[in-house]
Design a protein around this ligand. Sequence first.
Ligand code: ADP
Ligand code: MG
Length: 695
Amino acid sequence: MSSETFDNLFTPVQFLKGVGELRGERLNRIGIKRAVDLLFNFPRDYLDLTERVEVDQLNPDNIQTVVGTIETWESRATRRGKMQALFVDCVKGFVKAIWFNMPFVIRDFAPKRRVMLTGKPKFDHPYWVMMHPQITYLTDNDVDSETYSFLPIYPLTEGIKQHHLRKIMREMLPDYVSKLEEVFPSDFLIQHQLLPIAQAVKAIHFPANKQEIILAKRRFVYQELFILQLGLAIRRLQHRTKLKATPLYSNRDIDIKIRKRFPFQLTNSQENVIKEILNDMTQAVPMNRLLQGDVGSGKTVVAIYAMLVTVANGHQAVFMAPTEILARQHLRTINRMLEGSRVNVVSLLGGQRPAERAAVLQEITAGAANIIIGTQAIIYGEIPFHKLGLVIIDEQHKFGVMQRAVLKSNEKFDPHYLVMTATPIPRSVAMTVFGDLDVSVMHELPPGRQKVITYVSNPENRAKWWDFMARKIRENRWQAYIVVPLIEESENFDARSLNEVYEQLSNDAFAGFKIGILHGRMTTEDKDRIMFDFRTGEIEILIATTVIEVGVDVPNANLMTIESAERFGLSQLHQLRGRIGRGKKPGYCTVFTTNSNEESQKRLTAFAATSDGFKLAEEDLKIRGAGDLFGTQQHGIPPFKIADLVRDKEIVEEARKDAIEMVTSDPGLANPEHTKLRRQMLTRYGTVLNLGDVG
Ligand code: ADP
Ligand code: MG
C-alpha cells in the first residue's frame, strides 16, 4: 500500500506516528480504530498547569500543585505498611511525596523524570512533604511548551498511559484535524456562537485557557442536541402530515353524562388537562400527548373521561397498565363508575383461559366491546380491533420516543394516543427523550389529600417503629406496607429480602398479625387473591417488592416501611410513598438503611424533607442520569456522548428552538447548506425515530 492511503480520517490508528501494532490493538479495544476516533475521543478532564506554584510559595492549608524532576526514591516496610517516597527537585527546593500501600503509584519512576504532584503540603524540616499526592508523569512537551497550560486527561485502557496518548494526539492532531468536515453552514456558526469544527477539536484536546474548553464543549454539546432535535422536529412534522386519525368530539350532553358518573368534582388541573385532550382529539391527526401528574393527582379519571368521549363517538378505547395488579384495579374502578351503563368494558389479562380470551377477542372484533383494559404485554399482540379511537398507556415512565401506537384497527387511521406517568419529568428530559410528545402537567392534588410524614432511620430503631406500627394497626385498624428490594437473600447484594423480613416479623414483632406477601414471581391468581385480601382488610401487613409501586390505591393503608431504602431511586421512593396517605388520615413512612455512605444518607434526607415529586426527580436526574432513569438506551435514543441533560439544560432549549426554526423553513432539509446536517441526523436517528425517507 502506498503511504497516501494512510493520510485520511479513516487511517487505522496503528499506522499513526507513535502508535504501532501493540498500542493500536489496545486502542481498538476501547473502540478507537481510526484516526477520526482519536479526534473524537475527548478528554474526560484537564490538569490545570497554570495553577502550579513554586516551592517557596507553598502554604500548608490548601491543595496545591508543584512540578519538578525525580531525584531519588525510597521504599521500605514500616508499621503502617509498605512506604514509598519520592524526592522531587522543584528548583527552589525539594518536595518529598509519601505513599503507604500504594505500590502502583511509583511504578514508573526513573531518575530525572518530570512529574507533577498535587496535594496538601506540610513543612517537615528541611523540606515540604505531601502525603498521598496525585502524581502525573510529564513529558518535556507538557511543561516546557508555552502552548499548553492545560493537559488533557483521557479515559484510558490498560497498557496506554496518559503521556503516551497525549504524545500521539500532539503528533496526529495538526494533520488530521484539517480534514474534518464542517456540518454547519458558516453563517450558522457565527449566528449561534459555535466554534468551527477544526478549532473546536483542537481546543478540546489542547486548550490554551479555560474559555477555550468552555467554547469547545459548547460546540459539541450543541451539535449533539441540535442533531437530535432536528430528528424530533422532522418526526413531529411527518406525524402531522402523514398520520390520520378520526376526529372525536364531545358536546354538552356527552359532558353532562360523563360527569354524572364521577363521585366528586374534578380539580382545576383535571379540567385543564381534559380541555387539552379534547382539543387534540377533535383533530384529524392523532393526539400524541404525555400526561404527567404526581402520584394521587387523579389521572385515572381523566383517562376515563377521554375513553367515554371515544365510546360516545362509536369508537373503541384501550387502557393499558404495566402490571396485572394495576390493570385489575382500573377494571374495578371503571366497572364501579359505569355500573348500570350500556358501555361494555372487557379485559385482557394474564391467567385467562383460552376460551375466555377468545370470547373477549370476538367481542372486540365485532365491535361489541367499547373499552378494553389489560396489560401492555397482553395487548401488544395482534388484536383485531373494530374501530380503535384511543389508546391510553398508564404509568409508563420507562419509555422513549420509540414506542408509539402500534395498535391500529385499519390501515388508514391511527388512534389518538395518551401516555400517563407519575414520574415527574424535568423539562430538559421532556424535550429530548419525550421530545415528540405534547406534554400536559397536573400539579394539583384532589382536596383532602393527606400528607405523609417520613422518617429516615437506622436498623437500631426498628423495634420502636414496629411498636408504633403494631399500635396503629391494632387501635386504628390501619394497614401497612413493608417494601423490600429483593425476594430472596442474594450474595451479590447487601440488602434485606422479603423472605428474611417475613421470617423475622411473623415470628416476632408481628406474631399474631395477618401478614401477606406479594412479589413478581407469584402467579396471577395468587397476586390477585393477596391484593383482594389486602383491600378488604383481611391482610393487615403486606410485605412486598416494588410490584406495589405503581398506581395501587388502598385508602386504609397508612403505614409504610421501606427496607434497604438506599437501593431505590428517589423517584421510585416517591412513587412507593404515594401508596399511603390516600385516606382521611396522614400517612407514616419510615425508610431504613444499613448504608452509612454519605451520598445515600443525603438522598434519603432529601426524600424525607420534600414531598415535591419534581424536586426529587431533578435530584434523581443529577445522581443517576437520564439513561438510567428514563430508559433512553433500552427504548429509544442512543445515549449522549457529551451532552448532559442536567448541566446543559439551557443548550437543550436553545438547540430545540433552532432546530424547529430550521425544519419550519426547510422541512426536508433539502437546502444544500443543510445536506451534511441531514446526513448526520439520519445516520444517528433515522432508524430510531423511524424517519423513513426524509425530504
Ligand atoms: P393517580 O394520578 O396517581 O393515578 P388516581 O387516579 O389513582 O391517581 O386517583 C387517586 C385517588 O384520588 C383515587 O382514589 C381517586 O378516586 C381520587 N380522586 C381523583 N380525582 C378526584 C377528585 N377530583 N376529587 C376527589 N378525589 C379524586
Ligand atoms: Mg394511576
